[in-house]
Write a protein that binds this ligand. Structure first.
Ligand code: ASP
Ligand code: MG
Length: 421
């Protein structure tokens, strides 16, 4: 029997009525001839509530007990989903992570899945069970304690089951009907993509398109598990949603797939830093130790042995970054004239695997921003992404201008010259 993995996020199992609607979709796939593994999240808002309770009792909590508490939301929805299916005469059974068992590392709160033995679930399928409902987000450590996989982790549970069971597909049901060229809330011309490459999705996921947990996309790419993101609130058919797959499976030729943004960025500049070997390590070492997520880094050319160093980090981490750098200065590890924090910037990125083979993407991007009078403060590039920092008040305008410039509202896109080899 072909095996299909169907994952339902928190809004898709928010109450018994929603669970019933999700179960109808599962029954449809069973009637189409699949054995199904359903992965469920906790009801919408439940995990936040559990985390809040833990914080209110123990701000410096024991991570093992944190996991014992926050994993529980998924136990409820797994049982309710199995019951709902049974009421529809679909043979179903639920599993908590430890019962499968989903073996993970012992990194409580951010555990990694190490192994999913198939025997338990396969045995039940052989006995006539049609649907295995598994609580997402959780597993068991080598020490026998319950672990969780990090927020949004039930996506990763779903992909890991799809890989372990050789599923033909992994459908991720959520509250949006797919992956868009950009955020439809700030750009009305945003278009649903039929397909997107794993690598592009990874860039978009880590840039804050919150549809899929980044780790789940990495895993899907490694095991080549095609994902489909689709809405549990709509009638869905074969062409619904967005398929996330290997680039060899994408026919549509396009250079850019999406425009992503991250609103709360800060631009930090250290002026008149001594330009000597080891200076970058001396600056970014303490930042890393302080847990600052440094993203873009730019070092200027130096004059008279002094240079400026600029980096970006999330606004909530600015104070931590400042403290780490001042401390390093007091210890004599680094020396600078001023530390300037600009907390009024946003990051905008264009992403597309077509950049590898086409020239002129950067020029078109900068031209579009220039036409709107938007000043670029920092630029960085990678193989499939160009990112800029701009003043935050221009963020929406910048996203719309770039969406227009690359004609992302249409399936075909403006011709850009092929890169010479
Ligand atoms: N319930 C967990 C969370 O809210 C896991 C998930 O939904 O993916 O983070
Ligand atoms: Mg999620």
């Amino acid at each position: 029997m072909p095996i299909l993995v169907m994952k339902f996020g928190g809004t898709s199992v928010a109450d018994p009525g929603r669970i019933k609607a999700a179960a109808e979709k599962v029954r449809g796939e069973v009637e189409n001839g699949s054995d199904v593994i359903v992965i469920v999240s906790a009801m919408a808002g439940r995990t936040n509530e559990l985390v809040g309770w833990v914080d209110s009792i123990a701000p410096f909590y024991d991570a093992r007990e944190y996991d014992a508490v926050v994993s529980s939301g998924e136990n409820v929805t797994a049982g309710l989903m199995a019951l709902t299916l049974q009421e529809m005469d679909v043979p179903a059974r639920s599993w908590q992570g430890w019962q499968v068992p989903v073996r993970t590392s012992s990194a409580h709160g951010a555990a990694r899945i190490e192994e999913i033995p198939r025997a338990n679930i396969d045995g039940k399928f052989a006995d006539g069970m049609k649907v295995a409902v598994v609580a997402g987000f959780q597993g068991i450590s080598p020490e026998g304690r319950i672990t969780t996989l990090g927020r949004g982790g039930s996506d990763t549970t779903a992909v890991a089951f799809a890989a372990a069971f050789g599923a033909e597909r992994c459908d991720i049901y959520t509250d949006v009907d797919g992956v868009y060229t950009t955020d439809p809330r700030i750009c009305s011309k945003a278009r649903r993509l039929e397909r997107i490459a794993f690598e592009e999705m990874l860039e978009l996921a880590s840039l804050g398109a919150k549809v899929l947990q980044t780790r789940s996309v990495e895993l899907a790419m490694r095991y080549n598990v095609p994902l489909r993101v689709l809405s549990s609130f709509e009638e869905t058919g074969a062409s619904s949603g967005t398929i996330v797959c290997g680039e060899e499976d994408i026919m549509e030729s396009r250079v850019i797939s999406g425009v992503a943004y991250s609103r709360d960025e800060a631009k930090m500049t250290l002026t008149a830093v001594a330009d000597r070997p080891g200076i970058a390590a001396a600056i970014f070492g303490p930042l890393a130790e302080a847990g600052v997520n440094v993203d873009m880094i730019v070092q200027n050319i130096s004059e008279e042995g002094r240079t400026d160093m600029t980096f970006s980090c999330p606004v909530p981490q600015v104070t931590r970054a400042e403290q780490a750098l001042q401390a390093a200065r007091e210890k004599g590890q680094i020396d600078f004239a001023e530390l300037i924090a600009d907390t009024e910037v946003a990051k905008i990125s264009v992403v597309g695997i077509g950049m590898r083979s086409h020239a002129g993407v950067a020029a078109r991007m900068f031209q579009a921003l220039a036409s709107e009078g938007i000043n670029i403060k920092v630029i960085t590039t990678s193989e499939i992404k160009i990112s800029v920092l701009v003043e935050r008040k221009y963020m929406e305008l910048a996203v719309q201008a770039l969406h227009d410039a690359f004609e992302l509202d249409k399936a075909g896109q403006p011709e850009l010259a092929a890169k010479a080899n």
